[in-house]
Ligand binder design. Structure first.
Ligand code: ADP
Ligand code: MG
Length: 680
């Protein structure tokens, strides 16, 4: 098989990937092609420096790396004869340390005594002796370069159990890159490189950047790689927006407000719009009337009521004979939008379709066809699914929900295939208006500042674990009043994980709330299959479930006004913005709502500070600023937010980069004055 573009080659041809794992990559990580894989940037890095054994006592509980010689290997067989323990003694010039294996004792078969190895693992103390349990160990030659920065990919525990681990992904990326770089149609260089100021040594070549992002040689190189890739991301984004300025979509302007809109607005709108909502709608309408493509950002804090604006805009499209699509970042969110919009528009009678990862392929085909035939007026789905080669009969409006990352090139597919529909981007990420204007220029912004009337500010409370009974009492009171509850756990993993386990938590809740019917306590997490997920969401949506025990899967956008409490277990492990997002799941109706943060007394000061800030600050913009302050700039180790396929540009942190990109794009356009015309 030959490919014009090797980037689009299916991963099934990649060395080192069997069909089972290929399937998992597709299903769980949305990785289909070589390009997808290469753009699957690590979400963080583990930075480990080489230590001498004598220094180790200062590094208890951290990851360390040592070079040494194995001088003794000892096997201990436990009484029951079933379990063996293997202990190897490692020596360097400064001392000795024990390496311990409990199960995988075959591991040392290939390692003979007196060979030199590198050892990587977490240092622990056992009876005052330093040990590393289940270290990674590798034979080395004296010339080998020792890694000290390890990429960490966003992989669920579930996937890891199935053998898709950091190392595995990293190896695959290696194979893909090798093949790609040998191919002359492989990777395009950054086109801006030659216009960037020559003195600017912040940028490296794209090849180098891709290599360094997956296989960083040093922190400095990694930073340059990130900088370069972000630069590119933003470069295209800006050109994209600048280009749009000149596009005239003569036939796509909306000429009238018709019956669908009028009838819904007059008869079925379940509440009065707030002043901010009305203004946003007016601004949108004035864009749509013009024979120019709309590019509008609708910004409003969580719970401010963006979705209803989306619905009204969709009705305007419908009244003018256009189809609409609404793209959500997750399947859960897509399902919810589908339910909400169906409910809202039930009296209007419109064909709405849902397209997610769990749509069967025969249904998908049907939907594709009906969209092409114009039989479906509104398509709701996840970003990836809608972006990938769907052709509408007459798409007039594309709405993108909770867009935090800029997947510009990908997103362009839908625009091109469908002749540039109007675009409405909805986001809760606060961007100060002045800054946004500088960045986007022709991207207009509507802001919903005030929450709908009748909303009471959410009360945020912190409790230590030993006072949990008090929390359960609050929850019980709320359930008695007819309200519903979320209980969120940081992780669903069992075992050595220090965090609270969702499944154990679920058992605890069932015991505590034994007066409830078992069906009234639901559970929702990423490991469930889509069918179960859907069932759980629907049960909760319809109020059958009183308590939903869950993970951060509910973090974005879920909207159930009857929920009045969100209890977050081990709240100290979450980031500030994430906590704010989670808090936004309550306070969506008329009821007084509570966000309850629970933690052990033994938490570190960062965790405590975050909890404290949450209790004091309600405003999303303030939270975003504080979050940035706390996380600091250039923090490479893990806490940093990094997208699935894209590096996330932070409007505060990357301000200098943004300024440079603006300068570069302007220069680029000067030199390529016909670029905008050419491309559109
Ligand atoms: P977000 O901006 O976070 O996407 P949603 O669109 O999900 O917020 O709206 C949150 C909740 O507020 C929804 O239940 C919605 O029905 C309700 N809502 C929206 N606008 C109003 C309003 N003007 N008055 C009362 N409730 C509203
Ligand atoms: Mg929303």
């Amino acid at each position: 098989m030959s490919y014009n573009n090797i980037l689009q080659k299916s991963l099934k041809y990649l060395k080192g990937l069997n069909s089972k794992k290929n399937f998992l990559l597709k299903k769980e990580l949305n990785l289909y092609t070589y390009e997808d894989l290469i753009l699957f940037y690590p979400k963080g890095y583990l930075i480990v420096s080489l230590k001498r054994i004598s220094e180790l006592s200062n590094y208890n509980n951290s990851f360390v790396q040592i070079i040494g010689k194995i001088i003794k290997i000892k096997e201990i067989i436990k009484k029951n004869k079933k379990e063996k323990i293997l202990i190897a003694l490692l020596k360097d010039n400064t001392g000795y340390i024990e390496l311990v294996w409990f199960k995988k004792i075959n591991i040392l078969k290939s390692f003979k005594k007196n060979i030199i190895v590198t050892v990587l693992g977490r240092l622990t103390k056992f009876q005052d002796k330093n040990q590393i349990i289940h270290p990674k160990i590798k034979k080395i030659n004296s010339k080998d370069k020792i890694n000290s920065i390890y990429p960490i990919y966003k992989i669920s525990e579930n996937l890891k159990k199935k053998g898709i681990k950091n190392n595995f992904i990293n190896k695959l990326v290696y194979n893909a890159i090798k093949e790609l770089f040998n191919n002359k149609n492989g990777l395009k260089e950054f086109i801006f490189k030659n216009i960037v100021n020559e003195k600017n040594n912040k940028l490296i070549s794209k090849k180098e950047a891709i290599i360094q992002i997956h296989f960083p040689k040093s922190i400095d190189k990694l930073q340059k790689a990130k900088y370069s890739l972000k630069f590119e991301e933003f470069f295209w984004l800006r050109l994209f927006f600048l280009r749009k300025k000149n596009i005239i979509v003569y036939k796509k302007n909306f000429l009238k407000i018709g019956n669908n809109f009028k009838s819904f607005y007059k008869n079925y709108l379940p509440f009065n719009l707030t002043v901010d909502q009305k203004n946003a709608l007016k601004e949108i309408w004035s864009d749509l009337k013009k024979p120019i493509q709309m590019n509008r950002l609708l910004q409003g804090d969580v719970g401010s009521g963006k979705t209803i604006i989306a619905i009204l805009t969709i009705l305007l499209a419908l009244d003018n004979g256009f189809q609409s699509c609404l793209m959500a970042p997750t399947e859960v969110l897509a399902i919810q939008h589908y339910n909400y919009i169906n409910k809202m528009l039930s009296k209007i009678g419109i064909n709405i379709a849902l397209l997610t990862g769990s749509t069967s392929s025969s249904n998908r085909k049907k939907i594709h066809q009906m969209i092409l035939d114009g039989k479906i007026s509104i398509l709701i789905g996840t970003h990836t699914l809608i972006q990938k080669n769907i052709i509408f009969k007459n798409l007039g409006l594309a709405i993108i929900d909770e867009q935090q990352r800029f997947g510009v090139e990908q997103r362009e597919a839908i625009y091109k295939n469908n002749k540039f529909p109007h675009i409405l981007i909805m986001t809760a990420t606060p961007i100060p208006r002045t800054l946004a204007k500088v960045i986007h220029q022709n991207l207009n912004i509507s802001i919903i500042k005030k929450l709908p009337i009748g909303r009471k500010p959410i009360k945020t409370l912190h409790f230590w674990n030993e006072n949990k009974e008090k929390v359960f009492k609050i929850i019980n009171d709320q359930i008695t009043k007819g309200r519903q509850i979320y209980i969120v756990y940081p992780t669903i993993n069992k075992g050595k994980n220090q965090y609270k386990n969702l499944l154990i938590g679920y058992q605890e809740i069932i015991k505590k709330f034994h007066h409830l019917n078992k069906n009234q306590i639901g559970i929702l997490h990423g490991k469930m299959n889509p069918k179960e997920k859907k069932l759980q969401i629907n049960n909760f949506f319809q109020g059958k479930t009183k308590i939903m025990v869950t993970t951060t899967i509910i973090e974005v956008g879920i909207d159930i006004p009857n929920v009045s409490v969100i209890l977050i277990e081990n709240a100290n492990v979450f980031g500030l913005s994430q906590l704010h997002q989670l808090r936004g799941r309550v306070g969506r109706g008329i009821h007084q709502s509570y966000c309850i943060l629970l933690s052990e007394k033994k938490i570190n000061s960062d965790g405590y500070i975050r909890i404290n800030k949450m209790c004091r600050i309600n405003d999303g913009l303030e939270i975003a600023k504080e979050d940035l302050k706390l996380r600091g700039g250039g923090n490479l180790t893990g806490t940093q937010q990094s997208g699935k396929n894209y590096l996330f540009i932070n409007f505060f942190k990357d301000y200098n980069l943004i300024k440079e990109v603006i300068y570069t794009t302007n220069k680029f356009l000067e030199k390529n004055s016909n670029y905008t015309k050419l491309q559109s």
